[in-house]
Design a protein. Structure first.
Length: 549
């Protein structure tokens, strides 16, 4: 019996791979492992240029590389056949697949719902994409995984417009969230809008139990298939799936109402899509469109996610937000955050309504019919114009419920910033370190602290030829968010003295005596107060770190 009305336990969902045939899943995993159908194995077959092109959804270089590999080495044929079948969506002969995957054979792949006959040819084609996925081990040798991920065939692998209940595979948004998530051990985690399960794979490596939700039965069927196919690598007992994973069918937070989690991650269907009269869920692309107007789905999640967080729990998600004409980008997101909630928004890019329409119409291959493309493009522009929208932002969201809630609780971190340049990946560890620095500053006095310059920080000085002093002094980070900070003369002097021998207060006092106070009569407006406020910002951003005395 299901534990909740939302529990999803089906192993045989129409038009999705079957997960109720454990012997076939074991045989498939063994065949793929023996064949070296892994990230490294495929990269070795294709070579760097074709692999890079395939990552851009350009399959012709990969097709040519496969042909060349088979000509040069007959032993490459089995792996080449599997790569051609699933990555290039090229039909294969039954005998070829039987030889490449002798444990499961073509018949078993058909039974799992991964293959279907090509009418009139005797060949078999992929019904789903099945590709290698994984991540490297940590520096201490822990972690790391080699997996396989099933999803629907992408636009470049099939003709026509995508089905509206399309289950998205490994995409840029999902990998961005993977790289952004702060990894820490958590008893219970929630993957909201799981899709094919990518976020859950990572959560299972550092969380005891994962609840994965989605509004799509097909998405949950793919997730269940993927978890059971990779059960060994994910430390899941196929016979006791519920011990580590709960799959829930339902919209947004409805399937987990009343529950609390230490960590929530979500790559929700945040794409802003124009609504039409009489439209229902069947008319929407469920993997990207939450069915609400504008950016309401992101707004509702930002406001409501803290209600399912345990005290001290965090949530991380991706999202779009509308920027009205004449407004700052952060005005709308700032209004969504509940009082007392810690929040950090980083806008990574902002595009025009035209660019936004082009991106998402291309995503679903809606440009193949010119009349449809014109009508859909016009609907996007009219929808944005109706709300006076001149830009659409995309970025990362971090939220935290206070560990102890009081009537006058103030957030430790409330930050809205735009970072559009390249940053280090994965950035999750650096975001986690930044949160720890904010918490440290809330509990300590910088004035009493011995400080050092962080190891990745360098200084740049620029001056006119012949000038006695530099006109510009910059601090640059080489890691993490790779920030640049413009320094005043006194702040540059302070940083140069941060060798751990004097406290920040002592250095500020010495500079005040040397350069003069410039006081305005208030503690905050004093030379010392202004300087230490700037020093706090350098600590917050990781340019300066407390010495371990």
């Amino acid at each position: 019996m299901p534990e909740t009305p939302f529990e999803f336990t089906a192993g045989n969902t129409p038009d999705a791979p079957r997960s109720d045939l454990p012997h076939l899943l074991r045989a498939l995993a063994a065949d793929l492992r023996r064949l070296d159908y892994t990230l490294d194995g495929v990269a070795g077959l294709l070579g760097p240029s074709a692999s890079a092109a395939l990552n851009r959804d350009q399959i012709i270089p990969a097709m040519l590389a496969v042909e060349r590999a088979v000509r040069e080495d007959v032993d490459a044929a089995p792996l080449a056949a599997v790569v051609s079948l699933w990555l290039l969506a090229e039909p294969q002969e039954r005998a070829t697949l039987d030889a490449a995957l002798p444990g499961i054979r073509a018949e078993g792949l058909e039974e799992l719902g991964l293959l279907e006959p090509v009418p009139g040819t005797g060949r078999l084609s992929a019904k789903a994409d099945l590709r290698p996925y994984g991540w490297d081990k940590n520096d201490d040798g822990s972690g790391g995984a080699e997996l396989w991920v099933a999803s629907d065939l992408a636009a470049h692998q099939q003709a026509g417009v995508l089905r509206h209940d399309h289950v998205l595979g490994i995409g840029q948004a999902s990998t961005t969230l993977v790289q952004t998530t702060v990894r820490r051990h958590t008893e219970r985690a929630l993957d909201l809008g799981t899709g094919c399960g990518i976020q859950s794979f990572h959560l299972l490596h550092h969380c005891e139990h994962v609840t994965a939700t989605d509004i799509s039965e097909r998405a949950l069927a793919f997730t269940r298939f993927n978890i059971l196919l990779n059960a060994e690598a994910l430390s899941v007992d196929p016979g006791r799936l519920a011990d580590r994973v709960s799959l829930r069918l339902g919209s947004l937070l409805e399937p987990v109402a009343g529950e609390e989690f230490g960590l929530v991650v979500s790559n929700p269907p945040f794409v802003i899509t124009p609504r039409s009269t009489g439209e229902d869920a069947a008319d929407q692309f469920t993997y990207r469109d939450g069915g609400l107007p504008g950016d309401d789905i992101v707004a509702s999640l930002v406001a409501d996610l803290p209600t399912v967080l345990a005290p001290g729990g965090t949530a991380q998600m991706l999202g779009n937000w509308e920027v009205a004409a004449g407004a700052e980008w952060h005005e709308r997101p700032q209004s969504w955050v509940r009082p007392g909630t810690d929040a950090w928004f980083i806008q990574r890019e902002q595009v025009s309504p035209e660019q936004y329409a082009e991106t998402w119409l291309q995503d679903a291959s809606e440009g193949r019919d010119r009349d449809h493309y014109r009508d859909a493009y016009g609907a996007y522009l009219a929808d944005f114009a109706s709300r006076n929208v001149e830009g659409i932002g995309f970025g990362m969201v971090w939220l935290r419920r206070p560990a102890a809630e009081t009537a006058n609780a103030q957030p430790v971190l409330r930050r809205f910033e735009e970072i559009s340049y390249p940053i280090e990946q994965p950035v999750g560890p650096h975001l986690g370190a930044a949160v720890e620095r904010s918490d440290w500053l809330a509990a300590h006095s910088v004035a009493d602290t011995y400080l050092l310059v962080a190891g990745d920080v360098t200084e740049e000085r620029h001056q006119r030829p012949g000038a006695e002093h530099p006109g510009v002094i910059l601090l640059r980070q080489g890691a993490g968010l790779r920030r640049t900070n413009l320094l005043s003369t006194e702040l540059a002097g302070f940083v140069s003295a941060c060798d751990g021998d004097l406290t920040a207060g002592q250095i500020a006092g010495a500079l005040e005596a040397l350069l003069g106070s410039g006081d305005d009569g208030s503690a905050e407006g004093s030379f010392r107060g202004r300087l230490l406020a700037d020093v706090e910002n350098l600590v917050r951003d990781g340019f300066l770190v407390p010495a371990e005395n």
